[in-house]
Design a protein around this ligand. Structure first.
Ligand code: GAR
Length: 191
């Protein structure tokens, strides 16, 4: 299963996927391409570390969604990679029907809360400020409804009275780093 990872940030989840692959824990999946909509994103430095091609793709003209010319460029890049699975690992743009239809049923997303609670931006901060005692992370299939597609797996994380936003974020990221590679491995074994 050929995997393309899309991300906008530091790329710790992409690194976790590549570490799982190196350790033989990614099933029949292997990462063939990393793509980012931010030219200076940390995720783009992973090509040097893991030897996987990483590229900035210009998302213009929109700021928070992927549509129009930027969308066409991303579709072309994923098609060129011949990806069987598109993994959104911190890709901070709303996908529109052009991209969704091009890769229907092949896109998964990681979100830092127990969906359907706290969708959208800053899932960790939303949960922390609401005072929930259990939060976590979710991997789900991507549909036109933002953070609303079918849930594939989740990990719960307890919020301790001593937790700060920073310590909670650290625990959720650790849970994400285990969950996302495990889901990809499972999908790759589906046959
Ligand atoms: C992750 O915590 C992921 O759940 C979140 O972005 C972070 C990316 O971190 N995604 C969203 O909030 C999507 N709505 P990373 O760049 O270190 O992998």
């Amino acid at each position: 299963m050929r995997v393309a990872i899309l991300g906008s940030g530091r790329g710790s989840n992409a690194a976790a996927i590549l570490e799982a692959q190196a350790a033989g824990r990614l099933g029949r999946a292997h990462v063939v391409q990393i793509l980012s909509d931010k030219p200076d994103a940390g995720i783009l430095a992973l090509d040097a570390r893991f030897g996987v091609p990483a590229a900035f793709v210009d998302p213009a003209p929109f700021k928070t969604k992927l549509e129009g010319e930027g969308e066409a460029r991303f579709i072309a890049a994923v098609l060129a990679a011949q990806a069987d699975l598109v993994v959104l690992a911190g890709f901070m743009r709303v996908l529109k029907p052009g991209f969704l239809n091009a890769f229907a049923g092949k896109i998964i997303n990681l979100h830092p809360s127990l969906l359907p609670s706290f969708p959208g931006l800053d899932g960790i901060g939303q949960a922390f400020r609401r005072g929930v005692k259990i939060t976590g992370c979710t991997v789900h299939g991507v549909t036109a409804e933002v953070d609303g597609g079918p849930i594939l797996d989740q990990t719960a994380v307890r919020v301790e009275p001593t937790d700060t936003l920073e310590s909670l974020a650290e625990k959720i990221h650790a849970a994400e780093h285990a969950l996302l590679p495990a889901v990809i491995a499972r999908l790759s074994e589906r046959g």
